[in-house]
Design a protein. Structure first.
Length: 176
């Protein structure tokens, strides 16, 4: 059954460092200049130090606005719609011969097809797709006709004080 599905291009992560690095380095440079400027006023006059610090603060605010704008743009472009050929085999959907988990949410009208947890890491997947719209109806009918097992999504809690937040990690794969 060929359907279009929304997937996430996880190479967006390579854009994080160039966005975060200037936000960390710039205040350190301003702080260093401030310490040098006010500790030796005979070398660097105070008015120059105050001017540079003021410009540093303005530059820092501009860097934060740019980083938010760029991160939003990268996030939007990391979602791709591609066509996949799912096959019902032994009461499971398969993609290229690999069995997939099928989670159906009729209230949201979305089907999640993934292999999350199969590699021994409960919150990581090598494939995670969201099927929506007309393709949702086609795939749902195909699933029901072929008796594909519908699974509950197993989002086990993590350990420790903030273990409740572990299931939130699936949001990196879901747009809807």
């Amino acid at each position: 059954m060929k359907v279009n599905a929304v997937i996430r291009d996880l190479s967006y992560k390579k854009h994080r460092l160039p966005l975060i690095l200037p936000i960390v380095i710039e205040p350190l440079l301003v702080l260093l200049f401030t310490i040098c400027g006010f500790s030796s006023p005979d070398i660097i006059p105070s008015w120059i130090t105050i001017l540079v610090v003021s410009l540093g603060i303005v530059l820092y605010l501009a860097l934060i606005v740019y980083a938010i704008w760029k991160a939003n743009k990268v996030w939007k472009t990391s979602w791709l719609t591609e066509e996949f050929d799912f096959v019902a085999d032994n009461k499971r959907l398969t993609l290229n011969g690999k069995p997939m988990h099928t989670n159906i949410y009729k209230s949201k009208k979305v089907i999640y097809v993934h292999d999350m947890g199969d590699n021994g890491k409960p919150y990581d997947a090598t494939f995670y797709a969201s099927v929506l719209g007309e393709d949702y109806e086609k795939l749902l009918q195909y699933i029901e006709e072929n008796g594909v097992k519908k699974e509950r999504e197993d989002l086990s809690r993590g350990v420790g004080k903030y273990g409740w937040a572990a299931p939130v990690s699936v949001s990196k794969y879901r747009k809807y």
